[in-house]
Write a protein that binds this ligand. Structure first.
Ligand code: FAD
Length: 427
């Protein structure tokens, strides 16, 4: 009996890889990779947002080595933060050196106050978590403005179960060291990362699809009859299924199932996410910055930019450089009305990344409709309700939007493997 896999992103391909060939994969787009795709045009190689391997998981490391072989190199990360009209090192909490003195004072005093007053308090939401763990200086000047930008919702609405090791918790000594000196120490969850030398992150997907095969492209699932066990595709084709592994976003899955009970449809409607518009520009000058990527917490529309040719020298033609700009939006906060290229270029000039004399020699944009799951108080229970319903009908869900969780690539690979194992247990 063949397993039907919906979606040829990283999780769907990983499920296939771990299923040992007994499957068919159906992908809505004309190419595989989902979020791990790469734009290759006019000599520029630009991923859909910066995609780096920083996994410590040994199984995933071996998996990547098998796929990418010698096409992987390791870099020490250099990350920037643009705040108060100047560039600091990231994470800013241990790199305050260079920030305005008043801000440094406010952040450190706030941290000390939090250390003694509130660090032991259990935060009910992300807003309070920032205040309790870092104090009002860091929270007001760095963390909350950035959170509003990237998550597009009030941080009071967000839970804290996504944080894990994502935010580095420094000691007072580390904070003081980083405020008094320009520090070179790399205190962060990403200190080193691996990245393909050639072909961007889609080279990993190419390695994976070579191993899996069995992919049907331009096959967007649009309807699922869970009683008759039938999947209908946009082109009019339909297939019968026994077991399904789906990586399609849970709310989209439930829209396809007319038989889903009201409680499941209500749960799916409560799952919220943001989207990211990627604006890529190529410039007739190289070495635009010392950093691989930079976070922005000010009035720029973007929350992060990265420089693909800093990740691999093969990612842009000689003497040029690309800047890949990420702008988050959602139904809670739409995109700015102004032309996003003009606005981004103007703000990059204000920040000094671009010079007035620079020529923009390349433009491209990519819209990631599903980018990040937003963690609010409904997420866990509602995602569980939806997944239980689908599971009851022979549909295992996995991946970032099938688990409805903040999964990095390593976690998506493992999520696909778990789904394959669950299906194997069913057969
Ligand atoms: C901006 C950004 C930066 C990131 N950076 C990093 C990083 O540096 N390091 C890291 O480890 N992780 C990073 N990630 C996370 C990483 O991208 C994900 O963990 C991973 O790509 C998720 O894979 P997936 O297969 O679960 O989902 P997706 O990539 O979304 O794949 C789902 C697939 O299903 C297909 N599909 C959807 N609907 C249908 C349908 N109806 N019928 C058929 N097919 C359908 C889609 O076309 C897609 O191919 C980043 C994510 C984003 C958004």
């Amino acid at each position: 009996m063949k397993v039907t896999i919906l979606g040829a992103g990283l999780a769907g391909l990983s499920a296939a890889y771990h299923l040992d060939k007994d499957y068919e994969i159906y992908e809505a787009e004309s190419e595989a990779g989902g979020l791990c795709r790469t734009v290759k045009e006019k000599g520029f190689v630009i991923d859909y947002g910066p995609h780096l391997f920083f996994s410590k998981d040994e199984y995933v490391q071996r998996f990547l080595n098998k796929l990418l072989k010698k096409n992987l190199h390791e870099l020490e990360s250099s990350t920037g933060q643009y705040s108060f009209g100047r560039f600091l090192r990231y994470p800013y909490n241990v790199n305050l050196y260079g920030a305005p003195v008043e801000i440094i004072k406010y952040c450190i005093l706030g941290y000390v106050e939090a250390l003694y007053r509130s660090k032991k308090k259990k935060a009910e939401n992300y807003h309070d978590w920032c205040l309790y763990n870092f104090g009002k200086g860091y929270a007001r000047h760095f963390m909350l403005p950035y959170a509003k930008k990237v998550w597009t919702v009030d941080p009071k609405r967000m839970t804290t179960d996504w944080i894990g090791k994502r935010i580095f918790l420094p000691t007072l000594e580390q904070i003081l060291e980083g405020a008094l000196h320009k520090s070179d120490s790399r205190l962060n969850y990403i200190t080193n990362f691996r990245y393909p030398l050639h072909g961007g992150m889609s080279s990993m997907i190419a390695g994976l699809t070579k191993k899996t095969g069995h992919i049907h492209y331009n096959k967007k699932a649009v309807g699922i009859d869970v009683r008759a066990k039938k999947i209908l595709f946009q082109d009019g084709d339909s297939i019968h299924y026994e077991n399904v592994v789906s990586t399609i976003p849970l709310p989209e899955m439930i829209k396809m199932v007319p038989d889903a009970p009201l409680s499941v449809r209500e749960a799916a409607a409560r799952l919220i996410h943001n989207s990211v518009m990627i604006i890529n520009i190529g410039v007739n000058r190289s070495n635009l910055s010392e950093f691989h990527w930079i976070y922005f917490d000010g009035d720029e529309p973007f929350y992060r930019i990265h420089f693909p040719s800093k990740l691999s020298g093969f990612n842009s033609p000689g003497g040029t450089e690309a800047v890949s700009i990420e702008i988050a939006y959602s139904r809670f906060r739409p995109l700015p009305k102004e032309d996003l290229f003009d606005l981004s270029i103007r703000k990059l000039k204000d920040a000094g990344i671009l010079r007035p004399s620079d020529n923009i020699i390349y433009r491209n944009s990519t819209n990631l409709r599903y980018a990040y799951v937003i963690y609010d108080r409904h997420r866990k229970a509602c995602a569980n309700r939806v997944r239980e319903f689908l599971h009851k009908h022979g549909i295992e869900t996995c991946g970032r939007f099938g688990e409805w969780a903040y999964l990095w690539m390593d976690q998506s690979i493992l999520s696909g493997r778990r789904a394959a194992e669950a299906i194997a247990g069913l057969r």
